[in-house]
Design a protein around this ligand. Sequence first.
Ligand SMILES: NC(=O)c1ccc[n+]([C@@H]2O[C@H](COP(=O)([O-])OP(=O)(O)OC[C@H]3O[C@@H](n4cnc5c(N)ncnc54)[C@H](OP(=O)(O)O)[C@@H]3O)[C@@H](O)[C@H]2O)c1
Ligand SMILES: *[C@@H]1O[C@H](CO)[C@@H](O)[C@H](O)[C@H]1NC(C)=O
Ligand SMILES: *[C@@H]1O[C@H](CO)[C@@H](O)[C@H](O)[C@H]1NC(C)=O
Ligand SMILES: *[C@@H]1O[C@H](CO)[C@@H](O)[C@H](O)[C@H]1NC(C)=O
Length: 253
Amino acid sequence: MSSYLVTGASRGLGLEMVRVLASKPASEVSIIIATIRSAAPAALQEIISQAQGRVVTVQLEVTDPANVTKVAGEVKEILGGRGLDVLINNVAVSNTTPTSVTATTTLLSTFDVNVVAVQNLTLALLPLLREGTLKTVLNMGSIVGSITYAKRFMVAPDPAYRVSKAALHCLTRLYALELEAEGFTFVAVSPGWVQTDQGGPYADLDSPTAAKATLDVLSRNREDINGKLVNIKVEGWENATGLHKYDGGDLDW
Ligand SMILES: NC(=O)c1ccc[n+]([C@@H]2O[C@H](COP(=O)([O-])OP(=O)(O)OC[C@H]3O[C@@H](n4cnc5c(N)ncnc54)[C@H](OP(=O)(O)O)[C@@H]3O)[C@@H](O)[C@H]2O)c1
Ligand SMILES: *[C@@H]1O[C@H](CO)[C@@H](O)[C@H](O)[C@H]1NC(C)=O
Ligand SMILES: *[C@@H]1O[C@H](CO)[C@@H](O)[C@H](O)[C@H]1NC(C)=O
Ligand SMILES: *[C@@H]1O[C@H](CO)[C@@H](O)[C@H](O)[C@H]1NC(C)=O
């Protein structure tokens, strides 16, 4: 009977995570709050129409503090006195045109969406998360933001994105350390290289596979994921090399 909020549910991994959650029985997933910032696309409308009221949309432009405040109120209403169990901070921006670090001018705008907005929304929803049973926050990280593996991932197009994900990983770890005594779980998940608008058509995994694998992380033992950057596990990809290995292991920061 858990409640979930997924940001950026209009397309890509956010949309597919909503689909996976909606396919679970109501005894497992009671409500899915899907945030979008414009009209619900047809694919999301279809999920909603088949979900018997369990998928609810709210409008959220994550970088607008007034929107964030409004959404916290709406979520409270929707949950009707219960807490929020799982927050999935999925929204991010990445430039798909390859840019060198010496030509990067988008650090601030990228940080606003990928880091600062995550902080603002998490803070706004923290009172509701404290009332929840699972007290879980999943931040969508990325191995291309790993400093250890920086050289291996020079093919990643957007340095600002990479730096922002490194910051998001650190933010996740700090939350985990500060709130672990309250029973919280904060985890950064690297969802693999995925066929979305951001990942492009040649990526390793289709978005349903990656969305399922990302959510599977939440079934692991809390002590195995709290405060970590974890890899997804996808059958058939466990022994691949470098970029393409999805073995469910911990990833170096
Ligand atoms: N795809 C990959 O290979 C890959 C790899 C590693 C990590 N990730 C991470 O996984 C997450 C999802 O990625 P994706 O590939 O699904 O991305 P995507 O296809 O580009 O979708 C991005 C989503 O974020 C929303 N969004 C962007 N800026 C927003 C804002 N300011 N306010 C509200 N919503 C906003 C978009 O909404 P609109 O439709 O309204 O624009 C869309 O729903 C991201 O955190 C990404 O960094 C992806
Ligand atoms: C985050 O919240 C702060 C404090 O309310 C606000 O000044 C800032 O504009 C917000 N930034 C984003 C990107 O939401
Ligand atoms: C939310 O953000 C959208 C887009 O920026 C804006 O049009 C709308 O007025 C905002 N709503 C609130 C309540 O802040
Ligand atoms: C990966 O390697 C392990 C250990 O060598 C082996 O047991 C497993 O079958 C391999 N998996 C695939 C998909 O090749």
